[in-house]
Design a binder for this molecule. Structure first.
Ligand code: MN3
Length: 209
């Protein structure tokens, strides 16, 4: 999707019912998040791109050079890409651990899967205000955990640490407040129960191959 031209950008299907991730993520939050928040970023991005030279560029080109573009393209381009990836990272049959090469890479980098979880949870819990926590693959193919403010992502040239995102967790209050109120750490713990590790591992294998 990030290698598509911006003019070919489509609003992606969610791929499951709003209630599919219950009890971890409630149906009302899913519906508002997808139809209002994500759709809002998507629509504003289309308006910002229409009739400009961005139409012929790919998401990847634009994100990697985001400092050259408007705040509207940064916020809504990031908002669209981040959410499109987020929905696909989750499944009603999710949870557990990755297998194979991704598990091996996680254990090599962080010591254990639990140590990785702890690092990711901490990045998500301590991200001040709105933003995202990430598992990324850097240019040297090593893994890292990082976080970004607002709708930035690690592909953007403005990010503290760059890499290809494998997994992102939305920690904006709109992602959890109806069910979890101020208890962001409870939402973060619940997230592990809906992760689709097959999808995440495929991103990793596609990127390193
Ligand atoms: Mn969101």
């Amino acid at each position: 999707m990030i290698t598509d031209k911006m003019k070919d950008c489509q609003f992606p299907a969610l791929g499951y019912d709003y209630s599919a991730l219950e009890p971890y993520i409630d149906a009302q939050t899913m519906e508002l998040h997808y139809t209002k928040h994500h759709n809002g970023y998507f629509t504003k991005l289309q308006n910002a791109v229409k009739g400009t030279d961005l139409e012929e560029k790919t998401f990847l080109e634009v994100l990697k050079n985001i400092s050259k573009y408007s705040v509207a393209v940064r916020n809504n381009g990031g908002g669209h890409v981040n959410h499109a990836m987020f929905w696909k990272s989750m499944s009603a049959n999710g949870g557990g651990k990755p297998k194979g090469k991704l598990l091996e890479a996680i254990e090599n980098k962080f010591g254990s899967f639990d140590a990785f979880k702890e690092k990711f949870n901490s990045a998500a819990a301590t991200r001040f205000g709105s933003g995202w926590a990430w598992l990324i693959v850097k240019d040297d193919k090593s893994l890292a955990v990082t976080d970004t403010p607002n709708q930035d992502n690690p592909l953007m040239d403005v990010a503290d640490e760059n890499g290809m995102p494998l997994l992102g967790l939305d920690v904006w209050e709109h992602a959890y407040y109806l069910k979890y109120q101020n208890k962001r750490p409870d939402y973060i713990s619940a997230f592990w129960n809906v992760l689709d590790w097959d999808v995440i591992e495929k991103r990793y294998l596609d990127y390193i191959s």
